[in-house]
Ligand binder design. Structure first.
Ligand SMILES: Nc1ncnc2c1ncn2[C@@H]1O[C@H](COP(=O)(O)OP(=O)(O)OP(=O)(O)O)[C@@H](O)[C@H]1O
Ligand SMILES: [Mg+2]
Length: 356
């Protein structure tokens, strides 16, 4: 066979977790190859996209007068179709293997409660971004497979994904979602609450990067050991407009973050009261698994464990659970056939039969 026709046979199998905050792409045989912010930078005068992903993130907060940096997805769904398409095409191109004749097949995750219109927008964006064949899988199921839940297991497992803007709880039995709940609450709300607190109480405006740094390095979900621990925070003085810095203490930021963490824990607890007795018994034995970037908040597992009084496990690299679960689908084509939700109607029907 000639080399040129051999090349034609190359297929990239892509697993795509396009989140509100980050897009993660893994390729069969190569694991995670793209992990970048879901952002695009736009030149307003030229009305065109000038940067995507990491490059766009670097412009954020420091963009020139003409540039705006926007997130094309909001709460896990497509908010701006054209920008989503462009962004995805850019990431897909980045993920491609060497050689020019590569065909692509992809599995994309979607939230359980998206509408048909929202799912169609996601599917179209993927199809128009240079992917030959697109399958869609519910995020909760993907996360469960990603953390090692066996699709043939008769007993139930509960996986809770805490994203930037969404909380997704899935109870999985025999490779299908038997119960799920999504709420528009996520880890970014901690950033927003911290930003607001510093603005209102300390008169300082801070940027998104600064808020993220505070959350990652200074905030914990449980009462901090040293309440007096301090951090210097820089930004813009609200009164004078000048560059300025203030000191925050661990004791003052803890209750702000705790409010959000408590709401997340309440939704989890509430959802676990909706389970049928046998499923509840399985979860009692097994506890829950936390995935998503929100699981990286210091001691959030400890907080939730105390709140729901069940064991809480965080796997290695919880942000990659969903994409790794999607990737596993390429080794289990019959499973993919069974679980993919390319026909929204089918999903609705199967959900009804599981719920009763
Ligand atoms: N080390 C960390 N400590 C605390 N929070 C973190 C850390 N790393 C990431 N996060 C938070 O995790 C969130 C991003 O998580 P993830 O990448 O799972 O979101 P996403 O999938 O894009 O969002 P969604 O699932 O809501 O669409 C952000 O709010 C981010 O601040
Ligand atoms: Mg996510």
């Amino acid at each position: 066979m000639a080399l040129s026709s051999l090349k034609k046979l190359v297929t990239d199998y892509l697993a795509i977790d396009m989140g509100t905050a980050n897009t993660i792409i893994a390729v069969k045989g190569r694991d995670v190859v793209v992990d970048e912010p879901s952002l695009v930078a736009i030149s307003e005068t030229k009305d065109e996209i000038v940067a995507v992903g990491l490059e766009a993130a670097e412009m954020r907060g420091r963009e020139g007068r003409d540039i705006v940096v926007v997130a094309p997805l909001s709460a896990g769904v497509v908010a701006d179709y054209e920008k989503t398409k462009h962004m995805l095409a850019y990431f897909v191109k980045k993920a491609k293997s060497g050689g020019s004749q590569v065909t692509r097949e992809a599995v994309l995750s979607v939230l359980s409660d998206v509408t048909h219109v929202e799912q169609r927008a996601m599917l179209n964006a993927a199809e128009e971004s240079g992917i030959g064949r697109v399958h869609m899988l519910e995020e909760g199921l993907a996360a469960a497979f990603g953390v090692g839940v066996d699709p043939d297991d008769k007993r139930a497992s509960a996986v809770v994904d805490i994203g930037a803007a969404s909380l997704n709880i899935a109870v999985v039995t025999k490779g299908a979602i038997s119960h799920s709940r999504s709420e528009r609450i996520g880890s970014d709300q901690i950033n927003e609450a911290i930003t607001l607190h510093i603005k209102r109480n300390l008169g300082l405006q801070i940027g998104t990067e600064t808020a993220e740094e505070i959350k990652r390095n200074f905030v914990s979900a449980v009462v901090p050991d040293d309440l007096q621990d301090e951090m210097l925070v820089k930004g813009r003085d609200l009164q004078t407009g000048s560059p300025h810095a203030v000191t925050i203490t661990a004791g003052e930021v803890y209750p702000i973050a705790e409010k959000i963490v408590r709401r997340i824990a309440e939704v989890i607890k509430d959802t676990l009261t909706e389970l049928r007795p046998e499923v509840a018994a399985d979860i009692y034995d097994r506890g829950i698994v936390l995935t998503g970037g929100g699981a990286l908040l210091r001691d959030i597992d400890k907080y939730i464990r105390e709140f729901i009084d069940l064991s809480v496990i965080i796997p290695d690299e919880p942000r990659y659970a969903t994409v790794r679960g999607l990737l596993k689908m390429f080794d289990a084509p019959e499973l993919l056939d069974r679980v993919s939700r390319n026909e929204p109607g089918i999903l609705a029907d199967s959900e009804i039969s599981f719920e009763t």
